[in-house]
Design a protein around this ligand. Structure first.
Ligand code: TXA
Ligand code: MG
Length: 309
């Protein structure tokens, strides 16, 4: 058995595994990640293999202190420290020019590197104990749903890794906001819980184009992503007898009541889709959430989950 409660002993063991090139499934506040030593090329390659992820899709490096920004990035603008002060530890990833120490295998061949400090005590502890930056993509197979609990992780992935730390359900439930600080103006490449408005308030200036316009810039941003097996159909109101997500009262186990609050909705979204997928439905209806800015990250993921391309 390789699934452990995150006791101090288990975290110590996991950090030694990571430092030595092993792969550990770890919880973060957003989703579970496939963690490895970001500077170990063999380990990074194994992560890509396990996920069946194309080699040009870059990983996020998880660090423990804002001062680590300079260890992995060649140039850190002052604004990065202000954003770090406001949002770290937390679900914001910043893309910056990389230093030579970061292998191209981790950045998908790019000269930039994505960095974040996670808020979950298990991931933070692992980074500190292992003493290295931890590269961690979401612990799902390429294009499938990111897991927000150990129960939702694909068995093939569990079988392929060296250890799994079970930190319970992830609080945020959606992947981090990815912000590119190497372009002028800066761009949100992937929306998340840290919103455009939150970021603009710190920057004091507007951000650039929306994610749909920057798909090519971030190679990982394929249209079909975060997708269940079932086909997704958007509806204003879920019909009686139709499986899916509803803001009303669920009529049976094939319908799941969703909270009308974006943070609460996000924290249960992937788990709910997984549950309906596991019940073998061909189609899942989803009542469209409001189209206001607080729901941007959720609309982004729903769109990707429903894309057939
Ligand atoms: O919340 C999260 O970010 C989770 C947890 C585990 O931290 N991680 C995660 O990693 O979602 P992953 O690999 O599934 O997604 C990383 C995203 C991809 O869309 C990728 O294209 C983008 O970050 N990214 C990474 N490095 C980049 C770079 N140098 N330039 C542009 N985009 C980058
Ligand atoms: Mg992912």
């Amino acid at each position: 058995m390789k699934i452990y409660e995150p006791t101090m002993e288990a975290m110590n063991q996991a950090s030694i595994l990571i430092k030595d090139g092993g792969i550990v499934v770890m919880p973060t506040e957003t989703v579970y990640g496939l963690a490895c030593n970001a500077l170990n090329v063999a380990a990074v390659k194994r992560v890509f293999e396990i996920k069946q992820r194309p080699a040009d899709n870059p990983l996020i490096l998880h660090i423990a202190e804002p001062t680590d920004l300079r260890v992995y990035s060649e140039f850190v603008p002052e604004v990065a420290y202000r954003l770090a002060e406001r949002f770290w530890p937390g679900p914001l990833t910043m893309v910056l020019p990389k230093r030579a120490v970061v292998p191209y295998e981790a950045t998908g061949g790019l000269d930039t590197v994505a960095l974040r400090i996670p808020r979950h005590f298990v991931s933070l502890t692992l980074i500190r104990l292992s003493g290295c930056a931890i590269a961690a993509p979401s612990a799902n197979l390429f294009t499938q749903l990111s897991p927000t609990s150990v129960e939702d992780i694909n068995h093939q992935i569990i079988d392929s890794v060296d250890m799994v730390l079970d930190g319970g359900p992830c609080q945020v439930g959606l992947e981090s906001t990815v912000l590119d600080l190497t372009t002028e103006p800066f761009q949100v490449l992937r929306p998340g819980q840290v919103s455009r408005a939150d970021i603009q308030a710190v920057l004091g200036q507007p951000l650039g184009s929306s994610p749909s316009e920057v798909i090519r810039k971030s190679p990982g941003l394929y249209r079909r992503h975060y997708a269940p097996r079932a086909q997704i159909i958007f509806v204003d109101k879920l019909r009686s007898g139709m499986p899916g997500l509803t803001f009303s009262v669920a009529e049976n186990e094939d319908q799941i009541h969703m909270p009308l609050d974006p943070a609460a909705y996000a924290s249960v979204l992937y788990g709910s889709l997984k549950k309906l997928d596991d019940r073998g439905h061909e189609q899942i209806g989803i009542e469209l959430p409001p189209f206001s800015p607080e729901w941007e990250a959720i609309h982004d993921r729903l769109k990707k989950a429903s894309s057939t391309l």
